[in-house]
Design a binder for this molecule. Structure first.
Ligand code: MG
Length: 377
């Protein structure tokens, strides 16, 4: 069985405030939809993530690029958008989970519950039983009590076997409000699995604060440090944080000896608890001789992403008397940002001398220190 997740992010809704459709509005610095995309992509049972976008959004930089997704073009209605997503799944997919992009707090356990129910039902969806007393009211006054017995608040992801759901969409009148309604109209059974109170749908401006609070509550933040030294030898330039800087000597090393990039790379490995640069790229292996260090950095970033982390910020300090780093700082930030898929304002490259003390003071080599922060996506 192969499962695809379809994230429906084609809506234009701005009820949550602001001018952007709500799925692209920032929540703790990232678009709301980015959280659901990352959570499904990191789930071991999900082989493919399909992101359904409004046609106007596809060429923009609104949607997150850090996770590999299949893009589908949304239609005029939610049902049309879901159908576009269903038609974009890989040929071997036989189960789908359809999720609202405005529910950023979907948990792996909830995904597991929906998938488990699909072993015995053609459809399954999470819901929370209504426990509050329900009133009927008008003109600001209570008019009566509504029996809450058997009432549930519906959530997503809604899961289905692909073939019967495609048949149900083909037979749909287009009037149904969600996929459970489409499936039931076609006679499919849809099991209810326990939902999650934290799996909220962001609808109003107040929901942003609530989601941010919940997210901080289960936020997994990791910090790593890196330190590296390379000695000077004959040459006419050094590589520092991806920038070639003219100098009367070069840094010696097995690779291009980019001491700053090595420190940042090691900091990422350190935060993940996954060794260091020498373990992943042994100096004894001739294939790394003279290698450009961005190969190492990109490997560490990919390892972070595949482990479910995104990089929040990087701070790198180069310790040397010469060359002067200031004129190259902005270029170094831009180059590192491009390799890491980050905004350059999340990267700091700074420098200090060591007051002519020690090996860096005697200009025998350059040292670099780096700190990175990773956040669970
Ligand atoms: Mg090194």
């Amino acid at each position: 069985m192969t499962t695809a997740a379809i994230i429906v992010a084609a809506g234009r809704g701005t009820r949550a405030g602001g001018t952007l459709p709500k799925q692209w509005q920032p929540l703790l610095g990232r678009p709301i939809a980015a959280y659901a995309i990352a959570r499904f992509a990191a789930h071991p049972a999900i082989a493919q993530v399909v992101l359904v976008l409004h046609p106007d959004d596809i060429p923009t930089d609104l949607w997150p690029r850090e996770t590999a997704v299949t893009i589908a073009t949304g239609g005029a209605t939610r049902a049309a958008s879901v159908l576009a997503g269903l038609q974009a799944v890989d040929a071997d997919v036989d189960k789908v989970l359809i999720h609202d992009a405005a529910r950023p707090l979907v948990s792996a356990a909830l995904i597991d519950r929906v998938l488990a129910a699909l072993d015995t039902s053609s459809g399954a969806a999470p819901a929370v039983a209504v426990t509050d007393t329900l009133w009927r009211g008008s003109a600001g006054a209570v008019q009566g009590v509504q029996d809450r017995d058997g009432l549930f608040r519906a959530q997503t992801p809604q899961g289905f076997l692909l073939a019967p759901l495609l048949a149900a969409h083909a037979a749909s009148t287009g009037q149904e409000t969600d996929d459970v309604a489409v499936a039931r109209a076609a006679g499919l059974d849809v099991a209810i699995v326990p939902g999650d109170e934290d799996n909220i749908k962001i609808t109003t401006p107040a929901d942003f604060a609530r989601a941010a609070k919940l997210m901080r509550h289960d936020m997994d933040i990791r910090c790593g440090n890196g330190y590296d030294v390379h000695r000077f030898g004959p040459g006419d330039h050094v590589w520092l944080c991806g920038v070639q800087v003219p100098h009367h000597s070069s840094l010696q090393g097995h690779s291009d000896a980019d001491v700053g990039m090595h420190a940042v790379t090691d900091a990422i490995y350190g935060a993940l608890g996954k060794g260091d640069i020498g373990q992943h790229f042994p100096p004894s292996d001739p294939q790394w001789k003279g290698a450009a260090s961005h190969i190492f950095l990109k490997h560490a970033v990919a390892l972070a992403t595949s482990s479910g982390y995104s990089i929040s910020n990087v701070d790198c300090t180069l310790v040397c008397e010469f060359p002067k780093i200031g004129p190259h700082q902005d270029a170094m930030k831009a180059v590192m940002a491009a390799y890491m898929g980050l905004d350059s304002d999340r990267i700091s490259v700074k420098a200090t001398t060591s007051e002519k003390l020690g090996f860096t003071g005697r200009e025998e080599g350059i040292a670099a220190l780096a700190t990175v922060t990773l956040m669970k996506s």
